[in-house]
Design a protein around this ligand. Structure first.
Ligand code: ATP
Length: 373
C-alpha cells in the first residue's frame, strides 16, 4: 500500500549550520513527487530524513498518520535508489534483486518469480546471471531500481538516479521510470537538480533553496505562475529574462518602461496585480525566451509590444534558434527562442515582439510575484 508522506516543520542542523529550515510538505499516496533545487539546497538531506538515514532535529516526519521520526531505516516501508547504484559487486543481478526479499523474509518459493517479474519490468531479464561489472551504467541502475521496488515498498525514494548516465540514456530512463510509476502506483519521491527531469516526470514538484521551500506545485503551474524570482529563473531553459522596469499609467492604460523602451501591459494582466500601488513603481519584469518573437506573424500583429534589439549572437539548435540580443535597459543579453527559419543575423538591428500576456512581474525587494493567478 502506498503511503502519504507528511512533513511538518522539519529541521536539520549540521553543527551550527541549518540545512533545513522548518519544511512543511504533504506528499499524497501514489504521487510522483520531485524535490528540485540547486546543489546544497537540502534535497538529499530531506530524502535521507524520510529514509531514516538522517536524524530529525525538529518537527515530524509521518507516513500516513504515524510519526516515524525515531523508526529505524530498515523498519520503514521504503525502497531506495541512489545515484551511484550501490548494488553488491559480488552478487549476480538476480541475487542483488533477491537480496531485499530475503531480508524481508519473503517465502523462499516466491522469490524467483518476483525477481523475474521485476527484472522483466526494467527489461534486463536476460542479464540475470551477470555480475555488476559485466553491466553498463544504465543496466546497473535498472538492477538498483528492480531491487528497490521488488519488495513492494509503500514509498520509493530516488536520489539523482540518472545523473551518472549519459544524456541519451538519461532521456530513455526518464520515460521508463515514469512508466514504472504508472505500473506500480506507489509513492515516488525523486531528488534532482535537473529541472527538465523534474518537469517531465513529477506530478508535483517542490522547489527548494538554502533549506527553504520556494514553491510546491505542478510542473505547468511552476512554469506559468512562478511564485518568486528564483523559481522564475530556475524553471525553464534558457532561463527567463529579467528587466528593471517601471509600471507607468498612461492615458490608454499601464505601460512597462525599461531603458528607452516601453510596452503596453494588457489590461487583463494589470487587473491581476496583487496591489494597484505597484503602478508607478519600479518592479522586476520577466519574460521567457519563447515569448519573444522575431517572426513576421508576430510582428505583423504587433500592438504596442515591439522592442528594438541588436542581434549579437545567433545559436542554431536545429529545432529552434536562440538569439542573444542587446536591448536598451538591460546590461546582459536578452535571449529569444525563435523559429529555426528566423532571418535575423549577427549584427542586425531588429524589432522583436514581446508576448505581453506572458509577462511576469516581481517585487523588487521581496522578489515575490506580484501577479495573482
Ligand atoms: P546536492 O544536489 O549537491 O546533493 P542537496 O540539495 O542534496 O545538494 P544536501 O546534500 O541536502 O544538498 O546538503 C544541504 C546542505 O547541508 C549543504 O550546504 C551541505 O553542505 C550541508 N551538509 C550536508 N551533509 C552534511 C554533513 N554531514 N555535515 C555538514 N554539512 C552537511
Amino acid at each position: 500500500m502506498s503511503h502519504a508522506v507528511i512533513i511538518k516543520k522539519a529541521v536539520k542542523k549540521y553543527g551550527n549550520f541549518t540545512a533545513l529550515n522548518g519544511v512543511d510538505l504533504e506528499i499524497r499516496p501514489g504521487e510522483f513527487f520531485t524535490l528540485l533545487g540547486p546543489s546544497g539546497c537540502g534535497k538529499t538531506t530531506l530524502l535521507r530524513m524520510i529514509a531514516g538515514f538522517n536524524s530529525v532535529d525538529g518537527g515530524e516526519i509521518c507516513f500516513d498518520d504515524k510519526v516515524i521520526n525515531n523508526l529505524e531505516a530498515h523498519k520503514r516501508d521504503i525502497g531506495m535508489v541512489f545515484q551511484n547504484y550501490a548494488i553488491f559487486p559480488h552478487l549476480t543481478v538476480a541475487e542483488n534483486v533477491a537480496y531485499g526479499l530475503k531480508a524481508k523474509k519473503c517465502p523462499k518459493d516466491q522469490i524467483p518469480g518476483k525477481v523475474e517479474e521485476a527484472l522483466e519490468l526494467v527489461q534486463i531479464g536476460q542479464l540475470k546471471d551477470r555480475k555488476p561489472n559485466e553491466l553498463s551504467g544504465g543496466q546497473q541502475q535498472r538492477v538498483a531500481l528492480a531491487r528497490a521496488f521488488v519488495i513492494e515498498p509503500g514509498v520509493l525514494l530516488m536520489d539523482e538516479p540518472l545523473s551518472n548516465l549519459d544524456a541519451k540514456l538519461r532521456v530513455q530512463m526518464r520515460t521508463e521510470i515514469t512508466k514504472l510509476h504508472q505500473r506500480l502506483q506507489t509513492t515516488f519521491i525523486y531528488v534532482t537538480h535537473d529541472q527538465t527531469e523534474a518537469m517531465t516526470m513529477g506530478t508535483r514538484i517542490v522547489v527548494m533553496k538554502d533549506g527553504f521551500i520556494q514553491q510546491v506545485d505542478t510542473p505547468q503551474n511552476l512554469y506559468d505562475y512562478p511564485a518568486n524570482l528564483f523559481v522564475g529563473s530556475f524553471i525553464g531553459s534558457p532561463q527567463m529574462n529579467f528587466f528593471d522596469a517601471k509600471l507607468v499609467k498612461r492615458a490608454d492604460g499601464v505601460w512597462a518602461e525599461f531603458g528607452g523602451n516601453a510596452i503596453k501591459v494588457p489590461d487583463a494582466k494589470v487587473r491581476k496585480l496583487v496591489d494597484e500601488s505597484y503602478i508607478g513603481k519600479e518592479v522586476v519584469m520577466g519574460i521567457r525566451p519563447e515569448n519573444i518573437h522575431d517572426e513576421e506573424r508576430f510582428l505583423s500583429v504587433a500592438d504596442n509590444n515591439l522592442v528594438e534589439a541588436k542581434v549579437e549572437v545567433v545559436e542554431l539548435m536545429g529545432s529552434e534558434t536562440y538569439l542573444y540580443l542587446k536591448v536598451d535597459g538591460k546590461e546582459s543579453n536578452v535571449v529569444a527562442r525563435v523559429d529555426p527559419r528566423s532571418t535575423s543575423r549577427t549584427g542586425d538591428t531588429v524589432k522583436v515582439a514581446f508576448e505581453t500576456n506572458r509577462l511576469h512581474f516581481f517585487d523588487k525587494d521581496t522578489e515575490l510575484s506580484i501577479l495573482n493567478r
